[in-house]
Write a new protein. Structure first.
Ligand code: IPM
Ligand code: MN
Length: 353
């Protein structure tokens, strides 16, 4: 019996989470395991009512769950940064979810803006470091508001942080067993301190522990080019926090958009958190038009990480059946079905896969 914390969050978060839960229920029944959920009202509304973002007591409770299922964070009436830092990044850091795992996979029937590429070409996974780099908040400002203002934002790369991320990526590449190729994405020609550490650790760990995994290196700018020109070159990518953030938005676009892109914030020995990677989409809130597939895929990733591989596999296959045969588009309002109907379609498809 698993314990799952549900954080529907802001905007369309609650709508997509509801469909995810519906699919989880059906898939777990089919696979024969059970879980219980506890829902938390963290997000913009609670912040505006009470001033609370992530109370210490809630954080402590969250540590006792097997996983967290998150909808979306971000409220139009709250200054940008407050909820992102106070809730999303705080959870990633406090729960030491040092991996952000983001599959970039084009499902059958899904439109990609990349001409002449299909599902056989677009199928790779980005392993993004999730607790260091430019995201630590290290740095500061001097003479703010004057013409001599100085703003410093430092990228933090620790041997320990880099190594654990690389090891996870190597192991993941091995487990995936697709092309046994891990590409380090960096900027060794300019960020000579940070990516020197990454590159040395990459080669050392690769040589010492993962001789069977082929290693490649690509600069981040060139990676953006290749993700569009030759996405089939990639199997697994490992990169730092900021670059991982940027290239996975590009990744989401080539796999059909934010409606389908899911991610996991993973602490392999702790509490991991799964989310659709798109935002709270305020303009679609309450309209029953947003695409829940990303949230449904995130639920699948959660089951996979919990060790329920069969249920995870079934969810993915059901999603693929729906993208291949039913939806007109993955975009909000253009799917040919409502949010709830898409959830129902996936549940129906579960029966047949
Ligand atoms: C993401 C988001 C977050 C990030 C923001 C909302 C802080 O863009 O999950 O990719 O930068 O990590
Ligand atoms: Mn992002």
């Amino acid at each position: 019996m698993y314990k799952i914390a549900v954080l529907p969050g802001d905007g369309t978060g609650p709508e997509v989470v509801k469909e995810g839960l519906k699919v989880m229920e059906a898939a777990s029944q089919k696979a024969g395991f059970r879980y219980e959920t506890v829902t938390y009202d963290l997000g913009g509304e609670r912040y505006m009512k009470t001033g609370e973002i992530l109370p210490e007591s809630v954080l402590e409770e969250l540590k006792t769950f097997d996983a967290i299922y998150l909808g979306a964070i971000g409220h139009p009436d709250v200054k940008p940064g407050i909820l992102e830092k106070g809730l999303l990044l705080a959870l990633r850091f406090e729960l030491d979810q040092y991996i952000n795992l983001r599959p970039v996979k084009l499902y059958p029937g899904v439109y990609t803006p990349v001409k002449d590429k299909g599902p056989e070409d677009i199928d790779f996974v980005v392993v993004r470091e999730n607790t260091e780099g430019l995201y630590t908040g290290t740095g500061g400002a001097l003479k703010k508001g004057t013409s001599e203002e100085v703003a410093i934002q430092t990228s933090v790369n620790t041997r320990k942080g880099v190594e654990r991320c690389l090891r996870y990526a190597f192991e993941y590449t091995k487990r995936r067993g697709k092309r046994n190729t891990l590409t380090l994405v960096g900027k060794t020609n300019v960020l000579t301190h940070a990516f020197d550490l990454w590159e040395r650790a990459f080669n050392e760990i690769g040589d010492d522990e993962f001789g069977e995994i082929k290693r490649e290196y690509a600069h981040v700018d060139a990676t953006c080019m290749w993700m569009v020109k030759n996405p089939e070159w990639f199997d697994v990518i490992v990169t730092d926090n900021m670059f991982g953030d940027i290239i996975t938005d590009l990744g989401a676009m080539i796999q059909g958009g934010m409606g389908i892109a899911a991610g996991g914030n993973i602490n392999p020995k702790g509490v991991s958190m799964f989310e659709p990677i798109g935002g709270s989409a305020p303009k679609y809130t309450g309209k029953n038009v947003i695409n829940p597939l990303a949230a449904i895929c995130a639920a699948g990733m959660m089951f996979d990480t919990l060790g329920q591989h069969e249920a995870a596999d079934t969810i993915e296959k059901a999603v693929m059946a729906v993208t291949a045969g039913k939806l007109e588009s993955l975009s909000a309002g253009k799917m040919g079905y409502s949010t709830e109907e898409v959830g129902d379609l996936v549940v129906d498809a579960l029966g047949g896969v």
